[in-house]
Design a protein around this ligand. Structure first.
Ligand SMILES: *[C@@H]1O[C@H](CO)[C@@H](O)[C@H](O)[C@H]1NC(C)=O
Ligand SMILES: *[C@@H]1O[C@H](CO)[C@@H](O)[C@H](O)[C@H]1NC(C)=O
Ligand SMILES: *[C@@H]1O[C@H](CO)[C@@H](O)[C@H](O)[C@H]1NC(C)=O
Ligand SMILES: *[C@@H]1O[C@H](CO)[C@@H](O)[C@H](O)[C@H]1NC(C)=O
Ligand SMILES: *[C@@H]1O[C@H](CO)[C@@H](O)[C@H](O)[C@H]1NC(C)=O
Ligand SMILES: *[C@@H]1O[C@H](CO)[C@@H](O)[C@H](O)[C@H]1NC(C)=O
Ligand SMILES: *[C@@H]1O[C@H](CO)[C@@H](O)[C@H](O)[C@H]1NC(C)=O
Ligand SMILES: *[C@@H]1O[C@H](CO)[C@@H](O)[C@H](O)[C@H]1NC(C)=O
Length: 900
């Protein structure tokens, strides 16, 4: 019995003990892990995840909920990933899935997650088309790919490249970044001439073919965004094709940059000098020890593999496990209904999937999770990690070198956290020195002439103005030698480029050495890619812009007309011209008026103003006009008339001096006047006009309705001069039409006989032409500005265009030499007022003095009448009776006064 008891006790104890073992201290939280374990990233992640599990539960040993991981390898296969996920969800009833690695796997898996309300947490699916908005159960514990495009665009801007070619694979990962990348590049003005797509399954030959295509293009800046597997193959072949040499630029996106150091050494070799961007993870001492631990762990896990470098994904995988562990504890999902992990069901597995009871709670806890992780602050916003700073690195040797950082607010900087208030920088100098492919230290120009032709073929016109372009054949070496203003300006600009530009000039001439066509034909040669550019006295024209791009103009602008000076006209009436008619009449009226006023005041007291009527009239006239030459001999008695005279002399002084000046300028300036001031006059007269052979002005003149037959084209300044001196009547021309710099040349030699009128039309000046979209246009324009704004242009001008002759362009100095009445209204007003006042005062004094005499004349009290009568009386003091008037006249006068 005792034994039985003992047995029972023993059994119970063992049962109890077994019970204790069966009831675990931790409540398990089953979590699926889906990785491509054969890939470097898969291995790195697996190590990080298992390390995170160990680290976390070492520190948090009192946690009641513990993650139990079920790792599945989906072998880079989409279907296997789906199968793994359904298996994990159906069989293991997992409450969260970490992974998958790839965006297209995540796409379908996150749908499963949504259906079963199980959070899918990926630390490496970066495609921007995956969003927590469309799928709330998808959580991204990393950045999306679109976050880095601005950084890439800024790098391209900083180094002054104008074109870039993105190379991507044909997966969702490769494609989804493109719209964002295009937008960002467009915003910085970067041209995307082509976009290369490499299929995942592309054969070596197909990749080679694509690379050859890229090589024959001008662009030398490539942005590579693809899976490591494709990138490795591509990079090796690119190196073989010599596309990793000097002059090329390779920019890697985040995904490739992170894994670059873990690639095999031959691929790292091919990446020498490449630039990469990656999410910036602040470094700390603690994390350096973490890195060491991590490497050790990786070597343990994969003793046969080449030791991988820890990267951002390793850190993110580590933090993802921590976040999930913290969230699982908070959500206490361990106390759920999922006790038996294994389920046997006859239903097809997809239909048997059940909605997770704790999924929502777990999701909320993950999204709320905040802690300081190995990758920095762990904080999810909109279901994804947020970080704004990117690190820019340079592959040198087997390692990456930090070049600097990019931040959306401050742009490029050498420090991860630049001073606040720094403006957005796009300066190359804000990055460390880059070692470029081919171990070159100089910044690649970002484009090149296609490999077949090393030297740029520049076409040069045979200009009518050797000062601008002079083409000579060196008989001994058979080389075309060009010189002239245009060529020197171009070469100065080329010297100002930040890179060397080997050139060769070709004259635009037929085999016999003749001009091969018009400037439009020349431009077409550049358009059909026979030449890489045209340099010379080429005008920027709207019709040419359809075919070529022009640099900025390097000369001043404007179309002018050169005409002979006006022949001096022998006009016998020229002395009348300075004054207008109204001024002549006005002046004469005032002469007479002043003479009259002086006579009234003087003729009683002054004997010179008395005498017979004709004598008096003569005196008035003589007096008036002699004032003009200050030669009046009459002596004045009255103070008032002296005042009138002084004012009048002042007016006369001004009138005569103005007349003299005007007449003088008329006689001299007229000689310098252009014979024609308006080209319409030429059209009306049917005169011949000249312009340079092949010039755009021929078309322009036709547009201005000049008769085609009247437009004569010349080849040199001498021909122009000859034709001009002949004149239109003798088979020559009446006017030359030219753009500004040529005008200066012609007039410089002929300024004694010709003058310039205009500008009659606007034009855009001379420039250099390059094929449309050529990056040279921008670079040369910039270099040209440096030349034109500096001293260099003055030296070149002095050498070729300005000569000692001091002939200068005289503008059309057509000013009106006419003086009219309005010019002198003020003067006339003064003298008129003074004369009238003086006269009035004189009359009042007179009336006052002679009051008694006036009274006796009549009884009429009308003041006017009295005045008139007395005046008459006074005038004819010897014959008083003459003033008697018939009474009816008086009445009518009174009546009219009353009526008014
Ligand atoms: C992944 O990690 C788990 C847990 O540490 C380990 O059992 C498994 O062997 C690892 N797999 C690979 C392919 O490294
Ligand atoms: C675990 O222990 C720490 C202190 O060591 C305590 O702060 C924490 O609340 C505990 N957590 C749980 C789940 O008991
Ligand atoms: C990608 O990340 C950037 C920066 O973190 C964010 O502004 C943007 O909304 C994200 N895009 C998507 C599609 O999630
Ligand atoms: C460094 O890593 C440790 C874990 O090893 C982590 O707790 C700490 O927050 C990390 N520090 C930084 C600055 O990321
Ligand atoms: C012609 O070319 C030869 C050799 O390139 C050179 O020595 C000579 O000076 C050139 N002649 C002229 C007139 O430029
Ligand atoms: C110069 O070139 C022409 C054809 O371009 C050729 O016929 C001639 O023989 C060459 N002369 C010399 C001296 O090389
Ligand atoms: C100006 O014209 C006259 C003939 O009208 C001519 O003799 C003279 O040489 C010309 N001047 C110049 C500089 O050509
Ligand atoms: C400038 O004048 C000098 C002589 O003074 C002459 O040799 C030279 O050819 C002239 N230059 C031009 C571009 O006309």
């Amino acid at each position: 019995m005792a034994i039985l008891n003992l047995l029972i006790i023993l059994f119970l104890r063992t049962a109890a003990a077994q019970n204790e073992i069966v009831k675990p201290r931790f409540s398990p939280v089953h979590v699926g892990v889906v990785l491509d374990l054969s890939t470097p990233l898969g291995k790195i992640s697996n190590t990080s995840i298992s390390m995170a599990m160990d680290d976390f539960y070492d520190i948090h040993d009192n946690y009641t909920a513990k993650l139990v991981l079920h790792t599945k390898d989906c072998q880079e296969d989409f279907v296997k990933a789906v199968a793994a996920a359904t298996d994990l969800l159906g069989t293991y009833q997992v409450q969260a899935i970490i992974g998958p690695q790839k965006s297209e796997q995540a796409m379908f898996m996150s749908e499963l997650g949504k259906k079963t309300q199980v959070p899918i947490i990926s630390f490496s699916a970066t495609s921007p088309s995956l969003t927590s908005i469309s799928n709330p159960y998808f959580i991204r514990t990393t950045l999306n790919d679109s976050a880095q495009v601005a950084a890439i665009a800024t790098i391209i801007q900083a180094f002054g490249w104008r074109q870039a070619i993105p190379i991507s694979d044909d997966t969702d990962y490769g494609r989804d970044i493109l719209p964002y990348l295009f937008d960002a590049l467009q915003q910085t003005g970067t041209h995307i001439p082509y976009h290369s797509v490499i299929a995942l399954q592309a054969t070596k030959d197909q990749i080679k073919e694509e690379l050859y295509k890229l090589k024959t293009m001008q662009t030398r800046v490539f942005i590579i965004h693809m899976r490591v597997s494709v990138a490795s193959r591509l990079l090796l072949l690119a190196m073989e094709a010599g596309m990793m040499d000097e002059g090329f630029v390779w920019i890697m996106t985040d995904g490739l940059t992170n894994l670059a150091e873990s690639l095999s050494s031959s691929i790292i070799d091919s990446l020498q000098g490449a630039i990469g961007v990656k999410m910036y993870v602040p470094k700390s001492k603690k994390n350096e020890s973490f890195a060491a631990r991590w490497r050790k762990r990786f070597r343990q896990d994969h003793p046969d593999d080449t030791p991988a470098e820890m990267n951002n994904f390793a850190l993110l995988a580590y933090d993802t496990v921590w976040a999930l562990a913290i969230a699982a504890e908070k959500a206490s999902v361990g106390n759920s209904d999922f006790i038996t992990p294994y389920r046997d069901t006859k239903l097809p597995i997809l239909e048997s999937l059940e909605v997770s009871k704790n999924g929502r709670k777990l999701l909320e806890e993950i999204l709320k999770c905040r802690f300081e992780g190995v990758s920095g602050k762990f904080k999810l916003i909109n279901g994804q990690l947020q970080s704004s700073t990117f690190q820019i690195v340079n592959m040198v040797g087997t390692r990456e070198r930090s070049l600097g950082f990019w931040d959306p607010k401050t742009g490029l900087s050498k420090q991860p956290k630049p001073k606040s208030g720094k403006t957005y920088s796009t300066l190359m100098t804000d990055l460390n020195q880059v070692v470029w492919p081919g171990e070159s230290g100089s910044v690649p120009k970002g484009w090149n002439i296609p490999v077949s032709q090393k030297k740029l073929k520049i076409l040069v016109p045979k200009s009518s103005f050797p000062e601008f372009v002079k083409v000579e054949k060196n008989a001994s070496s058979n080389n075309t030698e060009v010189s002239g203003f245009s060529i020197e300006v171009f070469e100065a600009a080329v010297r100002n480029l930040p890179y060397a530009l080997p050139l060769e000039y070709f004259a635009f001439e037929s085999t016999s050495g003749q001009n091969a066509g018009t400037y439009d034909d020349l431009v077409m040669q550049v358009y059909n890619h026979s030449y890489d550019g045209a340099v010379g006295d080429i005008n920027i024209r709207e019709n040419r812009l359809q075919y070529v791009d022009f640099t900025l103009p390097y000369t001043e602008t404007g179309v002018y007309m050169i005409v002979p000076f006006k022949k001096v006209q022998k006009n016998i009436w020229i002395f009348l011209k300075p004054w207008s008619k109204d001024l002549w009449f006005g002046a004469i009226a005032f002469f007479l008026y002043t003479g009259f006023v002086v006579w009234v005041m003087e003729h009683k007291a002054n004997p010179e103003f008395s005498g017979s009527r004709t004598h008096q009239l003569g005196t008035i006239l003589h007096f008036s006009f002699s004032t003009m030459v200050y030669a009046h001999r009459e002596h004045l008695e009255n103070v008032l008339s002296k005042l009138v005279l002084i004012i009048w002399l002042f007016v006369v002084l001004i009138l005569t001096s103005s007349y003299t000046a005007s007449l003088a300028s008329m006689l001299t300036v007229q000689k310098l006047e252009p014979s024609v001031t308006d080209f319409h006059q030429l059209i009306k007269n049917g005169d011949n006009v000249g312009t340079t052979n092949g010039s755009f002005l021929v078309d322009l003149l036709k547009k201005l309705t000049f008769d085609e037959k009247k437009i004569i084209q010349y080849n040199s300044v001498e021909e122009f001069s000859e034709a001009m001196l002949k004149g239109s009547q003798n088979g020559g021309i009446t006017a030359i039409f030219e753009g500004l710099p040529f005008v200066q040349l012609i007039i410089k030699q002929q300024c004694a006989n010709f003058t310039v009128v205009g500008p009659i039309l606007k034009n855009q000046g001379l420039a250099f032409a390059f094929p449309i979209g050529s990056p040279l246009v921008h670079d040369i324009s910039r270099a040209l500005l440096k030349v034109v704004e500096g001293e260099e242009i003055t030296n070149i001008e002095n050498k070729w265009l300005v000569n000692q002759t001091s002939c200068q362009i005289q503008g059309n100095a057509i000013t009106s030499n006419h003086l009219d009445f309005n010019s002198f209204v003020g003067l006339f007003l003064i003298t008129g007022t003074v004369s009238t006042c003086a006269l009035s005062i004189f009359v009042i004094i007179f009336i006052h003095k002679n009051w008694h005499k006036l009274r006796s004349i009549g009884t009429e009290n009308h003041i006017w009448r009295r005045f008139a009568t007395s005046f008459n009386y006074y005038n004819n003091s010897r014959n008083l009776t003459l003033t008697a008037k018939p009474p009816n006249r008086e009445i009518s006068l009174q009546a009219s006064v009353a009526a008014s």
